[in-house]
Every structure is written in structure tokens, then in C-alpha cells.
Design a protein around this ligand. Structure first.
Ligand SMILES: Nc1ncnc2c1ncn2[C@@H]1O[C@H](COP(=O)(O)OP(=O)(O)O)[C@@H](O)[C@H]1O
Ligand SMILES: [Mg+2]
Length: 314
């Protein structure tokens, strides 16, 4: 088992992203010749766990993979960034999750089919195994891409054990009302916040109203991420806008994942919410200057260096 050092546990998804490009996206029944096929590591849980480890935290990641090449590819990446995978689960029947992504060269539109595979095959046995890891962790970071009943049940368990539960509410979906009081922090982006509250989030005042609506449901802290507008934090004591850093964005895929992983790492270190959000914004800003998802999240040294040199978008 783990030592006494503080740890983060990320429980979530892995997907192999299979991407190819063509002049245009094929329609039903059509075959189009394209180019640029690539297989990269994705899945929100996986991206966030990798971002968290790279941001300097002792981090364990539990996902459910298949016994296949993509499962091997994921494990290889976790080794390379120093993530603990001692609790990794494997399905005997389902393949590793995969996203089939087609991108148009002309319009940059994409078309994505996600085959969830093993990500939606968490069962009661898995739940019991994961509880053992929750017991020895301090902060538990969740998203919404794995078997919902198991996911919600683990959030409740972690809360009962006095752990800080962070839920990145992505992709957007309904949450049971009685789950909110179990959550230390939710981190929707503006679209997810709108879906959860019915309040359209377009600026700081509307972000404040949406945060208030989520606090009223019983969650202790809310951070709404607002893309290049930054992030808005609210709890019982503070309301605070953390502006984004000014960078040349080339690929914003995974900005939220870089933010959430680094945020958890900063909270584990003992930073307060505004300070941790500034650290997370720096990590996310660096990630949008690079292509890709998991590969684009920065290491702690890069984040620290960036923070000493960067300026905010005003
Ligand atoms: N163009 C950008 N320039 C600088 N920082 C960005 C940019 N886009 C996103 N970020 C940072 O990443 C965080 C998360 O991005 P956001 O788009 O809100 O999440 P998601 O990827 O979940 O949609 C933002 O709060 C911000 O700090
Ligand atoms: Mg966004």
C-alpha cells in the first residue's frame, strides 16, 4: 500500500483517439481518401491524471482498459510520466475505449464516434477494489465518462470517508440532486454550467449567477472555466475571477483536462482555491500552445517558469 505522503486518486476514462483528415468528411455510404492518420492518448480521466502527475503530484490513476494494443499504449504512457497504475482494471470482454475522429481540412469541422468499450464496464467488484484506493488518498478527482452508478457511488463513499471530492462535470450530463452535498468542488466549463443550471454563461455576472445556483444545490466550491476568458471561483466566502494568460493558442483540445489535473495537484500542495486556479490556468495556457491532449500538458518546472514570466489577458 501507499505510504503516508499525500496522494491524489483520479478515477476515470481512457480512450485511444484515432484521427484522420480529408478534404471533406464522408457522408453515409461514402468513401473518401484522406491522410494524416494518428493514434494518440485521450479520455478525460487519463488526460487529467497525466496532467496531475506532470504538475508534480503523487498520483494514482484507475481506469478500466481492454486487453489490447491500446490498453498497452496507455500503460506505457503512464509509466513514462510516473503515474501509479497499481489499481488499473482490465475488462475480459470489452475492448479499450476508442474515439474515431474525422477532421475536414477545408472547414476544420470534425465528426467523432466514441466507442466507450471498457470505460462503461465498471462493476460492483471494481467498485470495492477502488474503495481501497480511496481510503489511502486525500483528493479524489472524477469526471463523467465511466459507468455512472459506480462513479456516483464512489463519489459518495469518498465524501463519507472525509476526502475532498472534485468533479469535473464533463461531458455535460445530469447529476442526481442528492450528489451535490458530497462534492467539495465542481469544475464545469461554461457550457456544462449552463446545462446544469439553466443559466446561460456568457460573462462574469452570469458565471457568478450559475455558481450561486450550484452552491445552492449543496456543493462547497465552484469553478466555472470560461476558455480564453479564464475561470470564475465562488464559495461561501469568496467570489473571484482568475483571468486567462495571454498565449498564442494552437490547439485548445484538453485545456480543461490540463486545468483540472494541475488544479488537483496544487490543492494537494496546500494552495488555496484562487492560488491553485492561477497555477491551473498557467498549466492550461501552456497546453493550448501545443497540439494534442495528454502530451500537451506541462511539467511542474515549465509551469513554475511560465508563472514567473507570464502576463494576464486583461
Ligand atoms: N485560448 C486560451 N488562452 C489561454 N488560456 C486558455 C485558453 N483556452 C482555455 N484556457 C485555459 O484553460 C482553462 C479551461 O479551458 P475551457 O475551454 O474553459 O475548458 P474545456 O476544455 O473543458 O472547455 C480556462 O479556464 C483557461 O484558464
Ligand atoms: Mg472550452
Amino acid at each position: 500500500m501507499m505510504g503516508k505522503d499525500k496522494r491524489i486518486l483520479v478515477i476515470g476514462s481512457y480512450n485511444a483517439d484515432l484521427t484522420a483528415r480529408a478534404k471533406r468528411i464522408p457522408g453515409p455510404g461514402e468513401t473518401v481518401l484522406g491522410h494524416g492518420f494518428a493514434v494518440t492518448n485521450g479520455g478525460k480521466g487519463s488526460n487529467q491524471a497525466v496532467a496531475c502527475a506532470k504538475a508534480g503530484a503523487a498520483c494514482t490513476f484507475i481506469a478500466k482498459l481492454g486487453h489490447d494494443t491500446f490498453g498497452d499504449m496507455a500503460m506505457e504512457m503512464y509509466r513514462s510520466v510516473g503515474l501509479d497504475t497499481s489499481g488499473m482494471l482490465f475488462s475480459d470482454t470489452e475492448p479499450t475505449g476508442a474515439a474515431l475522429i474525422m477532421v475536414s481540412d477545408t472547414t476544420a469541422d470534425n465528426c467523432i464516434l466514441v466507442s466507450s468499450g471498457s470505460n462503461l464496464s465498471f462493476d460492483k467488484d471494481d467498485e470495492e477494489k477502488i474503495k481501497g484506493y480511496i481510503d489511502t488518498s486525500d483528493i479524489i478527482l472524477f469526471q463523467l465518462e465511466i459507468t455512472p452508478e459506480v462513479n456516483f457511488s464512489l463519489m459518495r463513499y469518498a465524501h463519507e470517508k472525509g476526502k475532498r471530492v472534485i468533479l469535473n462535470t464533463a461531458p455535460a450530463g445530469e447529476l442526481p440532486d442528492d450528489l451535490y452535498p458530497a462534492l467539495f468542488l465542481v469544475t464545469p466549463n461554461e457550457h456544462e454550467a449552463a446545462l446544469m443550471t439553466g443559466i446561460e454563461v456568457t460573462d462574469i455576472p452570469s458565471a457568478d449567477r450559475a455558481c450561486k445556483a450550484l452552491l445552492d444545490k449543496g456543493v462547497k466550491n465552484v469553478i466555472i472555466t470560461l476558455g480564453s476568458m479564464g475561470a470564475y471561483i465562488k464559495n461561501g466566502e469568496i467570489s473571484c475571477h482568475v483571468p486567462a494568460f495571454r498565449v498564442e493558442a494552437v490547439d485548445t483540445t484538453g485545456a480543461g483536462d490540463a486545468f483540472n489535473g494541475a488544479l488537483a495537484a496544487a490543492l494537494l500542495k496546500g494552495m488555496d482555491l484562487p492560488e491553485a486556479s492561477r497555477f491551473a490556468s498557467a498549466a492550461a495556457a501552456i497546453s493550448v500552445t501545443r497540439p494534442g491532449a495528454a502530451v500537451s500538458s506541462p511539467y511542474i518546472e515549465e509551469i513554475d517558469k511560465f508563472l514567473t514570466e507570464a502576463c494576464y489577458v486583461c
